[in-house]
Write a protein that binds this ligand. Structure first.
Ligand code: MG
Length: 196
């Protein structure tokens, strides 16, 4: 079994830090318990120049200190037993910050790769299935986990035998499930994968 795991919304809590940043820097009246309902922050905050806000957030020191959504011990138990690859959808310029953030939580994994459905204007930016194609050891069972339906669809289409899991998040609750298995949190994912 080989694991290909998304990072934002699965391992690291991008949303909470981002929303806190938006509140501190732009929208002081944003409620403390505010939960974004859309993956597209441009839809979420129509009055803000979201490209600029996102840019200043990822350049801030907060971005390399996102909190964990999971237990590091549970993650490291998995990576001790299986090949675990992390595939994160960030621009090249943020690769080192992302690595630092994962190191901060002492997560152990094989490799961190940049790929995903959003290409940041770079036509050569790989999809997640293209990244897996390069990393995958033939014959191994592919297990993929992501909170974005587009990435789940991409991987299930490219590897029909793979096990694809969608992490339930507020922004994907309205999405109809396709060829993936929806999981509610990390422990739910672990139980389902390891019991198959
Ligand atoms: Mg994600």
């Amino acid at each position: 079994m080989e694991f290909f795991l998304d990072v934002d919304g699965v391992i690291l809590d991008f949303e909470t830090s981002f929303i806190d940043f938006v509140r501190d820097q732009y929208l002081p009246d944003l409620p403390a318990d505010y939960v974004p309902q859309s993956w597209e922050m441009a839809n979420e905050f129509k009055d803000l120049d979201i490209v600029e806000v996102w840019g200043s957030f990822v350049d801030s020191d907060r971005f390399a200190r996102l909190d964990l959504l999971i237990e590091a011990e549970s993650f490291n138990r998995l990576s001790k037993q299986y090949a675990v690859y992390l595939i994160t959808n960030l621009p090249v310029s943020q690769y080192n910050n992302r690595k630092k953030n994962l190191d901060l939580h002492q997560l152990v994994y094989r490799e961190l790769t940049l790929a995903g459905h959003f290409n940041f204007g770079d036509e050569s930016y790989p999809s997640k299935s293209a990244a897996i194609e390069k990393l995958h050891y033939n014959g191994e069972r592919i297990v993929f986990l992501d909170d974005h339906p587009a990435n789940c669809r991409d991987v299930k289409t490219a590897f029909s035998d793979s096990e694809v899991y969608l992490m339930s998040r507020p922004h994907n609750l309205g999405i109809r499930d396709e060829g993936w298995i929806r999981v509610e949190h990390w422990d739910d994912f672990m139980e389902r994968v390891l019991s198959r």
